[in-house]
Design a protein around this ligand. Structure first.
Ligand code: SAM
Length: 279
């Protein structure tokens, strides 16, 4: 038996024949001490419903329940995992709801009661897409504690002047406090992925860090970072005929590249661009 009185995950995987499928991004965490560390990084779970994407054989799910989650709603695309998850649900009556489906296509709102934390060892092929949707979509969650490839985690927490700094850093840090919690070597997973992974914790801010229209900010960062080697006066030229003056008016040198511009300065430029378009 494991710490939680359920069979060890290796036995669960063998009994239900859950050989990992690469196409579903299946790299399982089998060490309950490790999954508990991730669950604790999410904060107090007893006051929240937890949304987990991709519970697989249930390693992280079990840790979330063991660490006291009020309720876990887990969305899993692979039907082979459902019998194993049903066993976990029986061990924690009324606290685990398993939904079979694709997290990108399932409306989870009706299953969750606010406040909500999202905690997941995400399938790498859909991780960034889910993150962007959660940040840009309706604010139904307080915190995200998510496993990514280290390279994606680097892009989420990147600071200006680094090659990882780009649209993802702007989006995440504009609306959230974002930090890396810890890195995990490939050997922590079964089967091991090719690269190092990182757990990232994002806590939603009550308001975006600086005022700006999200669409305008997105237009500017898309244009600026899609041509990140170009000077801003050239990469942003198509957004307004007086772009050079607008850049100067908010203290950004027109010869600067997007990679070196702070979040605060991008927001100031978004406000100046909106004002110029209205005027
Ligand atoms: N949480 C488990 C763990 O930590 O051991 C499994 C994590 S594994 C990296 C990703 C899981 O997400 C797999 O179980 C996979 O079947 C599931 N998955 C992949 N794509 C999905 C999707 N679009 N919606 C829901 N689950 C998905």
């Amino acid at each position: 038996m494991s710490l939680d009185g359920l069979p060890p995950l290796r036995d669960v995987i063998a009994r239900h024949d859950l050989s990992a499928k690469k196409a579903l991004g299946q790299n399982f965490l089998l060490d309950l001490n490790l999954t508990s560390k991730i669950a604790r990084a999410a904060g107090d779970l007893s006051t929240h419903d937890v949304l987990e994407v991709g519970p697989g054989p249930g390693g992280l799910t079990r840790a979330l329940l063991m660490e006291g989650a009020r309720k876990v709603v887990a969305v899993e695309r692979d039907p082979r995992c459902l019998p194993a998850l049903t066993e976990v649900a029986a061990h924690y009556p009324g606290r685990l709801e398993v939904i079979e489906g694709d997290a990108l296509k399932t409306d989870l709102g009706p299953h969750l009661i606010s406040p909500v934390r999202i905690v997941a060892n995400l399938p790498y092929n859909v991780g960034t897409e889910l993150l962007v949707r959660w940040i840009e979509g309706p604010p139904f969650w307080d915190t995200l504690t998510l496993m990514f490839q280290k390279e994606v985690a680097d892009r989420i927490i990147a600071q200006p002047g680094t090659s990882a700094y780009g649209r993802l850093a702007i989006l995440a840090q504009w609306t959230c406090e974002a930090r890396r919690v810890f890195d995990l070597p490939p050997s922590a997973f079964t089967p091991p992925p090719k690269v190092t992974s990182s757990v990232v914790h994002l806590a939603r801010l009550p308001e975006p860090r600086f005022p700006a229209n999200p669409r305008t900010l997105s237009q500017i960062t898309a244009a600026g970072f899609n041509q990140r080697r170009k000077m801003l006066r050239s990469s942003l030229k198509s957004l307004h005929p007086d772009m050079e003056e607008l850049l100067q008016s908010v203290g950004i040198a027109p010869t600067e590249r997007a990679e070196r511009v702070s979040l605060e300065a991008f927001c100031a430029l978004a406000r100046a661009l909106d004002a110029a378009r209205k005027g």
